[in-house]
Design a protein around this ligand. Structure first.
Ligand SMILES: Cc1ncc(COP(=O)(O)O)c(C=O)c1O
Length: 462
């Protein structure tokens, strides 16, 4: 395979030079026709697409181009997926090499799988090195649930309000199933799956006398819940390390260390679903690394193959034998292209100093968002670490009432200015490619701030 190791980490910059570059009204004429033709058949599209039906045809680094030739600055990485930039040459060439040589070999070993296993074992902490490969996030989550049962011989699970883990049965049963209106993941949660509140520093359920969030109260509640709310057969807590779908909500620093201690006391596993937040997005390989907590089970997806569908479920070495009870083979899991994508992505994170970039530029994002919060009446809260960022728009900073209408307008106005992104309701979610430098980070934030100012004027706040 051609050696891509000498690639400059600025490979994407030349083509980003003039972005955003919007030449037509948006969505443009070709976008409108193509989207209408597609939506005639394709049902259940996301709100983001319905609110801004643009049709993309090319991505390169931090640049996205639509079918009308408009060029956008990417602030979403697809959907937290193309984290090393669209079509990173090293990753794309690695996939293409195996696409021409060997596309599937069941779950037999291939040279590229051998290398990926060694690489994963070398970057993951705490002897997390018993691995299975899958091809989408929800399937890896299901495998993690089966693994927890196989390891513990227990069968119940606890997840938390506003977590999201995908759309298969165990995954939806570990998240909010009531989606409001006609949307539902029902008719019922799978038996043995429970939900508890988890600490959200902006909207705390339990606070200390000084008004700060009371982590111990949450932990006390969980301990009581084990006795009162379950049949005493809990295999694992199933949690996102930071909640992505819910708007980049990070728990207080003492939450995961205290939760891990509770799990150990009661012989319960901690399953850390890093599908969205892991592989560098928050400036560490695992988001739990921020709090020095090593989970018992972890899943990776999205950034793991930089856009190629490849996911992983990993448990600690001492529990590896239990995975023999849950066969790893699937039609596509661990195929050579998938292994090549994941291996190249991990190598790029190391070679291009991605974690360092995420920490540095991430600090600038946070500073800028804090400043915006002071200056804008509708920004209730800003949050994030690294490149997993969020802002909550509220009608009133005191009541914290979510401002969905403002969220929708800010989304559309910023998109019209050339920012491709994925807010949801009143929450502005930002997940730029991890290669982005300070200059483009601030170009994106300028666009968002201009859109917010315009919306505030329109809605009578300024
Ligand atoms: C934390 C988390 N887990 C699991 C999934 C499911 O992944 P997929 O959409 O690849 O099935 C998602 C998807 O957004 C996610 O955010």
């Amino acid at each position: 395979m051609k050696n891509m190791n000498k690639l400059s980490k600025d490979w994407w910059k030349e083509r980003a030079m003039t972005i955003p570059d919007i030449k037509t009204e948006l969505p443009g004429p070709k976008s409108k026709v193509m989207h209408a033709n597609t939506a005639r058949y394709m049902k259940g599209l996301s709100t983001q697409v319905k609110l801004f039906p643009v049709c993309f045809e090319e991505g390169f680094g931090i640049t996205l181009t639509d079918v009308d030739g408009n060029r956008y600055l990417d602030f979403s990485s697809g959907i937290y997926v193309t984290s090393l930039g669209h079509c990173h040459p090293k990753v794309s060439e690695a996939i293409a090499f195996w696409a021409k040589k060997l596309m599937n070999a069941h779950d037999f070993t291939t040279p590229v799988k051998e290398k990926l296993m060694e690489k994963m074992a070398s970057v993951l902490p705490g002897r997390l090195n018993a691995i299975q490969l899958y091809s989408d996030g929800a399937t890896a989550v299901e495998a993690a649930i089966r693994a927890a049962r196989a390891i513990t011989n227990k069968h119940e699970f606890i997840s938390a309000y506003r977590d999201f883990h995908g759309k298969t049965l165990a995954a939806v049963s570990s998240a909010r199933m009531n989606r409001g209106g006609t949307l539902s993941y029902g008719p019922t949660r799978a038996p043995g799956f429970y939900m508890v509140p988890r600490p959200d520093p902006y909207r705390p359920l339990w606070t200390k006398a000084d008004g700060t969030i009371d982590t111990d109260a949450y932990i006390r509640f969980y301990e009581q819940f084990l006795t009162e709310g379950t049949v005493g057969n809990i295999a694992a807590f199933v949690l996102e390390p930071a909640q992505g779908w819910a708007g980049s909500i990070f728990p207080p620093d003492d939450f995961f260390p205290k939760l891990k201690a509770l799990c150990e006391k009661h012989d319960i596993l901690l399953y850390d679903d890093e599908i969205l937040a892991g592989m560098g997005r928050t400036g560490e390989w695992l988001t739990l690394d921020h709090w020095n907590v090593i989970p018992d089970i972890v899943t990776f997806g999205k950034s793991f193959g930089n856009g190629f569908p490849v996911t992983a479920m990993v448990v600690r070495e001492e529990n590896g034998e239990a995975l023999e009870k849950i066969s790893a083979s699937s039609s596509y899991g661990g195929n050579p292209m998938a292994c090549a994508a994941a291996l190249a992505s991990i190598e790029v994170i190391e070679e291009e100093g991605i974690l360092q970039n995420v920490r540095e530029v991430g600090n600038s994002f946070i500073k800028r968002m804090n400043k915006m919060k002071e200056q804008h009446p509708i920004i209730g809260d800003v949050k994030g670490k690294g490149f997993l960022l969020g802002m909550e728009l509220v009608k009133d900073k005191k009541t914290k009432e979510p401002f969905d209408e403002a969220g929708k307008l800010v989304y559309q106005k910023a998109f019209r200015r050339g920012l491709a992104w994925i807010p949801a309701g009143h929450i502005l979610r930002m997940s730029p490619p991890l290669i982005m430098d300070e200059k483009y980070a601030m170009v994106g934030m300028d666009i968002i701030e201009d859109a917010i100012t315009e919306v505030e004027k329109e809605l009578g706040y300024k």
